[in-house]
Design a binder for this molecule. Structure first.
Ligand code: ADP
Ligand code: MG
Length: 177
């Protein structure tokens, strides 16, 4: 069974006159690494947002790990998926890099010792441990993406969606997934 199954997916922004995603279907198997390549404006970010239910598709279905994405299942599905957005500024919540990396784990009510261990390990994997006490807003764009990635590595999601994020950092440790 595919871990992600997309069938005849379409989406058009309300202020637009053409579909951003037009009748897209694909399956991704567990353990696969898949890159979606296309011009600026070809709908990659829109597809990523549809996959985690940030917007509802006009047509088609998305099934993640056996669960069809609906209003009822969206929170269960987000538990399975970690996403680094194209612009991670929108994704920072912590006052320090450490707080930020821990945020997803706090939501999942992990114990403190595990959280501390995972923050250190995740920041080490993305080469950002030296910045642990810094303010996320004052980092460079690439550093922000690495911190966002650390937050996701720390949760150990089943599925990782990286929207133009530095895939090399992850691939180096892909064996862990
Ligand atoms: N919030 C939005 N409102 C209206 N149109 C949008 C919005 N975001 C993206 N679009 C349009 O949808 C299309 C796909 O954009 P996007 O998914 O961001 O492409 P990509 O990530 O491949 O560059 C583009 O034509 C873009 O202008
Ligand atoms: Mg994009």
């Amino acid at each position: 069974m595919a871990i992600i199954s997309v069938s005849n997916l379409s989406y058009e922004y309300s202020n637009s006159d053409r579909k951003a995603v037009d009748d897209v279907s694909f399956d991704i198997e567990q353990g696969d690494w898949v890159a979606i390549v296309g011009h600026n404006g070809s709908g990659k970010s829109t597809l990523a947002k549809l996959l985690i239910g940030l917007m509802a598709a006009d047509e088609g279905t998305i099934t993640i790990d056996g669960l069809e994405l609906t209003e009822e299942t969206v929170w269960d599905i987000r538990e399975k998926v970690g996403m680094v957005f194209q612009n991670p500024d929108n994704q920072f919540v912590g006052a320090t890099v450490a707080d930020d990396v821990a945020f997803g784990m706090e939501n999942r009510q992990m114990d403190r010792a595990t959280m501390r261990e995972r923050v250190t390990s995740a920041l080490t994997q993305v080469d950002m441990l030296d910045y642990v006490d810094r303010e996320p807003a004052k980092l460079s764009g690439g550093q922000k993406q690495r911190v966002a990635l650390a937050g996701i590595i720390a949760i150990v999601s089943k599925i990782l969606i990286l929207d133009e994020a530095p895939v090399c950092w992850i691939l180096r440790d892909a064996a862990k997934y």
